[in-house]
Design a protein around this ligand. Structure first.
Ligand SMILES: [Zn+2]
Length: 557
């Protein structure tokens, strides 16, 4: 075997060479390797959605690859997860103060508020990557983009294929709707009981003051062909110029961009007024500001509700959401000055109204839902009614016969009954929880430094209806009563909320007794309005000062 030795050495030499070469090649291919990081949805061919750790790892990867991203904390969730807020900018601002002399506008994209509705989580991560990794990153010369891709992180981690069974994919499942406290985060904007929505107000709205909030969801109802549906803030106590701008200009134009540039069909959000008879019309969401998109209107800021079409497959939903976000950013960067101007005008108007309210300035406590001037076009299907077993409601099913409905769109909540919009609300009980709530929203709250006698409007309760079943942990109240004028002395230390501030409309929505989503509804005043002894009701302890009065007061911190 001696003579084979040199041959063996040659073989070993060649083997080593091959190993070396493979090593070099492998190393080379590692450098050239994945062009861009993939989201879990993309990497699994849309069979799965990302978990919290995967979202965090993806963001970390973006931070390694680009200097144009920074991460802040939006909140710590009930179950202890740090909910990330990512900031994209060129340069990326170190803080909002860095934007003081900057013409860029801040746009905020929020996803996964309902953690069974996960398209926005995947789409926003993809979008952040695609913006950052482009040679000349788009939008960032005009916009600073904030994103909360996993707003409801606790709900997200309860991924199961059994959640939202009506939704075709991702087959490995999605998270659940509520947060770690079992609260619906899209009903929390007025009572602010969750760390997530408190974090949104404190660390996004008050800190960065975005011009626009986009909230990403998935629909639950009607069958149609459009993969994207959308709404704007519809609460009529918000600034009407903002509502009109979004309704008449911004959203129709964004829809057009989406269709022409991204080849994606969209329709205004809604459901058929009557399933069996689609011709009757198409109706938008409820107007209460507990929904975050409606809440933004009370803060004089723009908002878009994105609802992805539930019956489309997961990939189509994610890509629809992705394109919609791009279309929104296209619109915003092209109309930035217009939007900034609209928002500062709305702030100015609100302050002026509060400083000197007239009898014509009303706060709507009852609305009627009217149709818009233009009908909506819904690309839907003819329906069939399937009779089911005895005692069961017949099922309405779409056939595969497509049909275009051009029908009235019920989306205009107009004030039906209004009450006087005051100069200030005087809170005649030193309740720390109520005062803390007002401050959490960012309202200016003052305290009288001297006792004063004032003519004020009072509200005497005549009726209180409390819901029997709890809703979001509350037994909701509805009150009726009588308004009257009286002279009343208020001691030094009494709290008051002037409405001559940019959040004046929000102050009214929280403190008006008949507001359909105010602090009375959410039980903050329960102990004060019901008689403790005997029957009947007390006077609501918040009085309205209708006319401007110079008061000796200091701001509460
Ligand atoms: Zn939702």
């Amino acid at each position: 075997m001696e003579r084979n030795l040199p041959m063996k050495r040659v073989k070993i030499f060649f083997l080593c060479l091959i190993f070396l070469l493979t090593g070099i090649l492998a190393a080379g291919s590692e450098i050239a390797a994945p062009e861009k990081p993939l989201t879990v949805a993309e990497a699994t061919e849309f069979k799965a959605t990302s978990r919290y750790a995967e979202v965090m790892a993806f963001i970390k990867e973006l931070e390694l690859r680009s200097p144009l991203i920074r991460v802040e904390s939006l909140c710590v969730s009930t179950e202890g997860k740090d909910v990330p807020l990512i900031i994209l900018g060129n340069p990326v601002p170190a803080s909002p103060q860095a934007l003081r002399r900057d013409k860029r506008g801040v746009i905020y994209i929020q996803a996964n508020i309902h953690a069974g509705e996960v398209e926005g989580k995947e789409a926003s991560l993809m979008l952040a990557r695609d913006i950052l990794l482009e040679e000349k990153p788009p939008y960032l010369d005009r916009l600073v983009i904030l994103m909360a891709p996993i707003f409801n992180a606790d709900g997200n981690e309860k991924i199961s294929p059994e959640n939202r069974p009506q939704q075709p994919g991702p087959e490995q499942g999605v998270g659940v709707r509520p947060n770690g406290q079992n609260l619906d985060l899209n009903r929390d904007s007025m009572k602010l009981e969750s760390p997530e929505v408190r974090g949104l107000v404190r660390n996004v709205l008050l800190r960065w003051d975005p011009l626009l909030l986009v909230d990403c969801h998935t629909t639950d109802g009607a069958y149609h062909q459009e993969v994207v549906t959308y709404s704007w803030g519809v609460n009529p106590n918000g600034d009407s110029a903002i509502i009109a701008y979004q309704r008449d200009k911004m959203m129709p134009e964004t829809e057009e961009i989406l269709e022409k540039k991204y080849n994606t069909l969209a329709v205004a959000y809604g459901g058929f007024v009557d399933f069996r008879n689609p011709e009757k019309g198409w109706q938008t969401l409820e107007p209460q500001p507990r929904y975050v998109t409606n809440y933004m209107g009370l803060r004089n800021r723009l908002s878009i509700l994105d609802e992805n079409y539930v019956h489309a497959d997961f990939k189509t939903r994610v890509m629809g959401n992705y394109s919609f976000l791009r279309a929104i950013l296209d619109y915003c960067s092209a109309h930035l000055e217009e939007i900034s101007g609209l928002v500062s005008e709305a702030d100015r108007r609100t302050v002026l109204k509060g400083l000197n309210p007239s009898e014509k300035d009303l706060f709507s406590v009852e609305y009627e839902l009217k149709t818009l001037k233009n009908p909506v076009v819904v690309h839907a299907y003819e329906v069939e009614i399937v009779q089911r077993g005895e005692g069961q409601r017949p099922q309405v099913r779409p056939t595969d016969k497509v049909k275009t409905y051009t029908i009235p769109y019920f989306s205009d909540y107009a004030g039906k009954r209004g009450v006087r919009f005051p100069y200030a609300y005087i809170i005649n009980v030193p309740d720390p929880e109520i005062i803390a709530k007002l401050l959490q929203h960012g309202l200016t709250v003052d305290k009288l430094e001297e006792a004063v006698t004032l003519e004020v409007e009072s509200f005497k309760l005549k009726e209180l209806k409390t819901s029997e079943l709890p809703y979001q942990g509350h037994h909701l109240n509805q009150v009726k009563g009588e308004y009257g004028l009286e002279k009343k002395e208020f001691p030094a230390g009494t709290f008051l909320v002037p409405t001559g501030q940019p959040l004046g409309n929000l102050a009214a929505s929280l403190l008006e007794p008949e507001s359909d989503d105010g602090l009375v509804v959410w039980n903050f005043f329960d102990r004060y309005v019901v008689s403790q002894w005997g029957r009947g009701f007390q006077v609501y302890p918040v009085y309205k000062l209708l006319q401007p009065v110079i008061l000796v007061k200091e701001a509460v911190r």
